[in-house]
Design a protein around this ligand. Structure first.
Ligand SMILES: [Zn+2]
Length: 217
């Protein structure tokens, strides 16, 4: 038995790879092609779990032998008990992350299913600000920035999907040693307007963690 260890972005990766294999099983007739998908998909899942134990690895790879949609669905359901939710946070913790934002509106935490959250993201239309909260190396950190809607779909830097995006621009706190006192560096990225759908699609946190580190560290 394993204790919960699958984070949201990893679950998304599993769903994606299981979906690939299920699709191959139902649409491809060449057994060689199916066999190659059977060996590739678990490999891609394991890349998202660099520190997996032997028991975890067994659990993560065993979908490779399945065939029918019912079996794939059953497999994904069987993983639910191993999903590790976003560590719960309270409203006052979120407010503390953004001390300069008076009257900060925070999301309705009771309405959010934390199992399917990699980061918390929300916008304040009144001030054109966007806020992110994330557990970086065990510490809850927040990033705030300017939020500029764009009138076209583009690729989100976090989930890599072509979505409704906004330009999220945050000012970094770090400065080079020889920087002038008015040194100012903003980092801007296109990012999903809807963080709920972004959280459903994100499969890797490398870019998110680098971005947050650049801003807060
Ligand atoms: Zn996104």
């Amino acid at each position: 038995m394993c204790t919960p260890f699958i984070r949201n972005h990893q679950l998304n990766m599993i769903k994606k790879q299981v979906g690939e294999l299920q699709k191959a099983c139902s649409t491809v007739s060449d057994p060689k092609v199916i066999a190659s998908v059977r060996s590739n998909t678990p490999f891609k899942v394991m890349e998202a779990f660099p520190g997996a134990t032997e028991a975890e690895q067994k659990l993560l790879e065993c979908f490779a032998s399945l065939n029918t949609p019912l079996e794939f669905q059953g497999y994904l359901r069987s993983l639910e008990e191993y999903v590790k939710p976003f560590d719960s946070v309270e409203e006052k913790q979120l407010k503390k992350l953004f001390p300069k934002a008076k009257k900060l509106k925070v999301p309705d935490l009771a309405a959010i299913d934390l199992r399917y959250v990699t980061y918390l993201g929300w916008t304040d239309i009144a001030t054109n600000k966007m806020y992110l909260a994330y557990h970086l190396n065990g510490r809850l950190v927040g990033v705030e920035g300017r939020f500029t809607p764009v009138q076209k779909k583009s690729v989100c830097f976090l989930c890599n999907r072509h979505e409704e995006v906004a330009l999220f621009s945050a000012v970094t706190k770090s400065r080079p040693a020889n920087a002038s006192p008015d040194y100012y560096k903003a980092i801007g990225n296109y990012m999903c307007v809807n963080s709920e759908s972004c959280n459903k699609n994100i499969t890797d946190v490398t870019v998110l963690e680098r971005f947050i580190s650049d801003i807060v560290l």
